[in-house]
Write a protein that binds this ligand. Structure first.
Ligand code: UT7
Length: 355
């Protein structure tokens, strides 16, 4: 059975830089607060009406495909991870197929909704398809256009200042080189706390899960038997159409689950933290990554952080950081790379790759 290797990798971030000071002009926040709590100095925002989650994903994908040395038409399966899709449905997988101009191949396209851990989940899915021999050239994309769906009033500041736009992609292929490629992947979830970090409306819940929410929200649905709306005026007026997060709760879970799932991967492969050449954490918050680094006893040159420049790009953050590290020469042939992510769901996961 072959292993799965990353044959090509690429990322794309939009040109527009939005600094913390830029945000202070539209909401009550400060550069000091944002840097102290998150490490973020600036993030990128896509060009409204010109760029989307799909188009950014396509730009990253083109680089990954080109670096893999294959023609676009040879992609035989697409996996697209995002929480900010262009449409409610259909998903970005088919849209990126069209954007890349490869609809003729009629390759399968799968969208996955696993938020911050979407890329790690996608990697594991692709790995199984490749190991089984079902596909040979899988395009995996993580992309987010957060800036289209955030609350830019002070009400949303705890969430809005964190997120940025961008995309990362890999082209995955089988390899027969012994000991190379994806060595192991580990996926977990716990839906108990689904609403602690969520973007609830528009949705077909009809208020059903209200009891699980910290704030007992009455979404003001009518009693109509048929044709209920996904979003109503009350939700719009009260800001229930934006992502919400109970930050401290999420933080505490993250710093517990990151080390757990990394140690699980190391135990499975008989490796140690000292064997890791490069740890690429999901860029949730610099304080979380620093906590995990200390907990695992990793040195600064074993960890890649870029949240300072790009903010949290959710499903795109791991492939963007991995690509940056690769381009900087910080990930080299034979290196052991550890990926890990935690986020909404809660869902989390890890992967070990021998580059
Ligand atoms: O990627 C997916 C996973 N996500 C995460 O892992 C995020 C985990 N959580 C976090 O990173 C942190 O909890 C945050 C950065 C989101 C927030 O930091 P915090 O230290 O937990 O702040 P807090 O939410 O407890 O708020 C502390 C104070 C509050 O004011 P009061 O009630 O103490 O007066 C907030 O209203 O900070 C206030 N605040 C802000 N002030 C200035 C919240 N957001 C802001 C802001 N600017 N942007």
């Amino acid at each position: 059975m072959p292993n799965t290797k990353i044959a090509g990798i690429g990322y794309y971030v939009p040109e527009k830089v939005v600094t913390n000071d830029d945000l202070t002009k539209i909401m009550d926040t400060t550069d000091e607060w944002i840097q102290e709590r998150t490490g973020i100095r600036e993030r990128r925002y896509g060009k409204k009406h010109k760029e989307t989650t799909t188009t950014m994903g396509a730009r990253a994908a083109e680089i990954a495909i080109q670096r893999a040395g294959i023609a676009k038409e040879e992609v035989d399966f697409i996996i697209f991870a995002t929480l900010s899709p262009d449409y409610y449905f259909p998903g970005c997988g088919v849209l990126v197929q069209r954007e890349l101009g490869i609809t003729g191949s009629e390759a399968g396209a799968l969208d996955i909704r696993n938020q911050c851990s979407g890329f790690v989940y996608g990697l594991s899915i692709a790995d199984q398809f490749i190991k089984s021999g079902m596909y040979r050239n899988i395009l995996l994309i993580g992309s987010e256009m957060h800036s289209m769906g955030l609350d830019f009033s002070t009400r949303g500041r705890n969430v809005t200042v964190i997120f940025g736009d961008g995309a990362g992609a890999v082209l995955l292929q089988p390899t027969d080189e012994p000991g190379k490629g994806i060595l192991t992947t580990h996926l977990h979830s716990n839906g108990t706390y689904a609403e602690k970090l969520a973007f609830i409306n528009p949705g077909a819940h009809g208020g059903y899960h209200a009891a699980h929410q910290e704030e007992q929200v009455d979404y003001h649905y009518s009693d109509a038997e048929y044709g209920e709306m996904f979003v109503n005026e009350y939700m719009v007026e009260n800001g229930y159409i934006f992502p919400n997060m109970e930050g401290q709760f999420v933080f505490k879970m993250a710093v517990q689950k990151f080390p757990e799932v990394i140690m699980e991967a190391l135990a499975k492969t008989g490796l140690q933290t000292s064997d890791i050449n490069m740890f690429i954490p999901h860029q949730a918050n610099l304080r979380i990554s620093q906590f995990v680094q200390r907990k695992l006893g990793l040195s600064d040159d074993q960890v890649w952080n870029n949240i300072q420049r790009f903010g949290n790009t959710t499903a795109a953050s791991v492939p963007i950081a991995l690509c940056e590290a690769y381009e900087a020469g910080a990930v080299k042939e034979g290196d052991l790379v550890c990926l890990a992510a935690f986020g909404s769901g809660f869902t989390w996961g890890s992967a070990l790759i021998r580059w």
